[in-house]
Design a protein around this ligand. Sequence first.
Ligand SMILES: [Zn+2]
Length: 113
Amino acid sequence: MTSSFVATCVECDEERTARDPNEIVRFYRRHNSVTGHDVTWTETPDDFDGASKDVPSAVASLVSDPDEGVSLGALSAAMSEFGWTVGETLDAVYDHRMRGALWEPQDDYVSAV
Ligand SMILES: [Zn+2]
């Protein structure tokens, strides 16, 4: 059982290990803004099971306190069960926020409406 999150660039094999999954999201943003590369999860803690391919449902099942939300990193780690990259999860979150299905109670955390 690991408590670390590990993610790797799909193109240049640059790797990051973090205890806080949002650290992986920040790595993705920095790396993507410089290189345009996407980042995929290679290791997540065993209890990070994906909930649903439907992002608002996944968010709803991962959130325990709606005013706190779930971190984008934790959500993305859960969605990696379906093979989603960090970039794919963030794009899906953006789409659902624009449609009003998700909101951001604090920076880099989302909650279902
Ligand atoms: Zn890269």
